[in-house]
Design a protein around this ligand. Structure first.
Ligand code: ADP
Ligand code: ZN
Ligand code: ZN
Length: 720
């Protein structure tokens, strides 16, 4: 008697075959089993979703194809994993197949059962070789705040928001919480406990990976910690994924994609720097890995408290009910998480003090209205930096703009270094004398003369990191370090860290004290633990103060707090450590709060504004975005879609705003537009969007929208 497995496969985003496809099989297949199935002339990877013994309505045996192969060497993906995938697909308005298959390592798609069996055998062999020698993980004796946080975490049943100052020792809390989970006994035959630790960008925090390996590999084996991020080769990703799925890996350290890792024994999810925008995916299913982490922990916990087959034996030495916790950590939590804690949905644990009792750096605001015109580094800031270098201390200079100058411009005519493909300027990179578009990548040599009028005087306008590095180098010429050597200025940004290993090299140069001043983009503000930095300077913070994006102040505050957190991490030096900000608006409330390191005050003010305006987290938003050959077509698609939404469920609870071009309206010759969708009720918005989907598919073929390239829905967008 045949079975009729429903299989999900990768389908193009808007193909309309997003659902479950029916196949035939002689054997009953467990849901979650990976299979290879025919699709047209191809054979593709799929996940069995259900396996009825009756053919689905209206299907005959002749209309279905047989499953081509079963990857039976692999345990099926469990029900909790499938639930998270299903939720993500629904919530972010994508097809089940797209989300499910994107959640699997790409290389899995290319393997048949035999090849997979070979991989698994290799893995098992490696695992045996690296089996754990007995040992206890080490660690610092805990500070009082750390101990209190851990004790509270142990009893918490809600998601935990660890609000800890920079340098308060949050990582140690993650390590201890991980250790507690790994040492939890599980009944015979159940999966060993596992922990998922997520970070915004793993390459920027090699220290964190090192600390986890150092702490746990001696006790749990060389294969106990694996990484999962997009910088890995397909083979490495598959290997990590298999290790997690089979339970050989106990800790998965990864970026947002890791939220979909298959972890049969998952008991703790840590989301470090939970406010970081990179947790939100900007392509495909535009999911928030932080929000999915919270959902996933809930699904895992529910399964643990109501197991389908309750274990009759009591757990040895185990009082508490097993559960999966989620720990969100940040010195500047997202307003969403902060609000959830205000409401009591999350448990807030505060660690305000720095390890060793060091003080947070003092904020020094330089009022640029009173500084000589045209000086990128004001005289008092320069003097402070020179003084520190002479004392053997280090400085960080933060500027969110790479290249030498954002624009080249002709003095004689109106020529500017516009990108021919985008509504943006090409950036002048002096080092290789190129003009580069940071949006589409279009690059050319810098012209000798103005392409329009032949004038030889084409000049850079504005400043980027390259220029600041150059200017600081000349300003520091006469400054000597305590060892008598000349002061050294270096730069770290996406341009200097492109080649493999260069980031590590640059971080090492800073740690060893080779470099005195490091100029860079926001990547230098991320979690690094630099010991000798006592001064951090932010050069062009003002642009975010008056940005049209209502989240810009939140991001600026987080960035400056985090940058400031790089200074004075050595308690001995912290008393004198400083964060300098050059601004034309020194009385802006954001700076007033920053000066007091008053994140709660800042958050309360921002939340009050958001509440008054009905914006997230008080209301829910989504964007409908359209890319087209012409701006007219992009907007026409959106406008038609809005008109055809009339009469859809919950339409009366939804506000549809007019279609508008994006700030950078054209990229790579594609015109971009968007339409904001808002509702006071998240549930209403969800149901409306689901009903809108088929309408959107239909609007594609409207004659006015001819030239439409693609469209997408972004639920809970980060920037509008
Ligand atoms: P955060 O992530 O909160 O910014 P870290 O976890 O990086 O802070 O901790 C800051 C520094 O303090 C690190 O160098 C860490 O090794 C050290 N540290 C953390 N906890 C302790 C402790 N209990 N005793 C001594 N040093 C600690
Ligand atoms: Zn000209
Ligand atoms: Zn371009």
């Amino acid at each position: 008697m045949p079975y009729w497995p429903g299989v999900v496969i990768a389908t193009p985003a808007h193909s309309g075959v997003g659902g479950i496809l029916s196949y035939r099989s002689e054997l009953s297949l467990t849901p979650g089993t990976l299979v290879r199935v025919p699709l047209g002339a191809r054979e593709v990877l799929g996940v069995v979703w259900d396996c009825p013994s009756e053919p689905p309505d209206g299907l005959t045996e002749a209309q279905t194809k047989a499953v081509a192969g079963v990857l039976d060497g692999l345990p099926p993906l469990n029900a909790r994993w499938r639930q998270v995938v299903k939720f993500a697909a629904q919530y972010y308005q994508r097809s089940l197949g797209e989300v499910a298959l994107a959640a699997l390592p790409p290389q899995l798609r290319e393997l048949d059962a035999t090849q997979l069996a070979r991989r698994l055998k290799k893995r098992a062999k490696a695992a045996a070789a690296e089996s754990a020698p007995p040992g206890e993980p080490g660690g610092h004796p805990l500070s009082t705040e750390q101990a209190e946080a851990l004790a509270a975490l142990e009893g918490a049943s809600a998601p935990v928001l660890l609000y800890g100052a920079t340098g308060s020792g949050k990582t140690e809390v993650y390590l201890r919480a991980t250790q507690d989970v790994l040492q939890t006994a599980v009944p015979e035959g159940e999966a060993l406990t596992q922990v998922l630790v997520m970070v915004p960008e793993i390459n920027l925090t090699p220290q964190l990976e090192a600390r986890f390996r150092e702490r746990f590999e001696p006790a749990f084996g060389a294969g106990s910690v694996v990484c999962l991020h997009s910088g890995m080769t397909p083979a490495q990703r598959l290997s990590s994924w298999l290790a997690a799925h089979t339970g050989a890996a106990r800790i998965v350290l990864g970026t947002r994609m890791a939220v979909f890792a298959s972890l049969p024994g998952l008991r703790l999810i840590v989301v470090d720097e939970e406010h970081d925008p990179s947790y939100k995916s900007q392509e495909g299913a535009r999911y928030s890995a932080r929000d999915l982490a919270v959902y996933r922990a809930k699904v895992e916990s529910e399964a643990l408290t109501n197991p389908p087959h309750p274990n009759p034996l009591p757990l040895a030495g185990e009082g508490a009910t097993p559960r999966c916790q989620v720990l969100l950590g940040s010195a500047t939590p997202s307003l969403e998480s902060w609000h959830a804690a205000d409401q009591g949905r999350y448990l807030r644990l505060a660690m305000p003090g720095r390890i060793g009792g060091g003080a947070l750096p003092r904020l020094r605001l330089v009022d640029m209205n009173h500084q000589p015109k045209g000086t990128p580094i004001s005289p008092p800031l320069l003097a402070a930096m020179q003084e520190r270098i002479a004392r053997g201390e280090q400085c960080l200079v933060l500027l969110n703009r790479r290249g030498y100058a954002p624009v080249l411009s002709c003095d004689a005519c109106a020529w500017k270094s516009e990108c021919p493909n985008c509504s943006a300027f090409r950036v002048f990179h002096k080092l290789d004398r190129t003009l580069r578009c940071h949006h589409c990548g279009f690059t050319s040599r810098v012209p000798r003369a103005c392409p329009d009028c032949g004038n030889l005087d084409i000049a850079p306008v504005g400043r980027g990191t390259e220029q600041i590095e150059e200017q600081l180098t000349s300003l520091m010429l006469d400054v000597k370090r305590p060892d008598g050597g000349p002061a050294r200025v270096a730069r770290m940004d996406a341009d200097t860290t492109r080649t493999k290993g260069s980031l590590e090299q640059q971080l090492a140069a800073l740690h060893s004290g080779e470099v005195d001043v490091l100029v860079g983009t926001q990547m230098i503000a991320k979690g690094h633990d630099f010991r000798r930095i006592t001064l951090v300077a932010g050069l062009n913070a003002d642009s975010a103060l008056f940005a049209s994006d209502y989240r810009a102040p939140e991001r600026l505050f987080a960035l400056l707090m985090q940058a400031a957190g790089r200074a004075g991490r050595d308690a001995a030096q912290s008393a004198a450590s400083e964060m300098w900000v050059q601004t034309w608006h020194p009385t802006h409330p954001l700076f007033v709060a920053l000066k007091k390191h008053d994140y709660p005050g800042f958050a309360a003010e921002q939340l009050a504004d958001r509440e008054a305006a009905g914006m997230p987290p008080y209301g829910a938003q989504a964007l409908l975005r359209a890319d087209a050959r012409t701006q007219q077509a992009a907007q026409a698609f959106l406008t038609i879609a809005a008109a055809q939404a009339a009469g859809l469920p919950h339409r009366e609870q939804i506000t549809l705003y007019p279609a508008v071009p994006l700030t950078i309206q054209r990229v790579a010759n594609v015109e971009r537009a968007q339409l904001l969708v808002e509702s006071a009720s998240r549930g209403a918005l969800q149901r409306f969007l689901a009903a809108w989907q088929p309408v959107l598919h239909g609007c594609r073929s409207a004659p006015e929208a001819k030239g439409l390239v693609r469209w997408a829905v972004d639920v809970d967008p980060l920037s509008i």
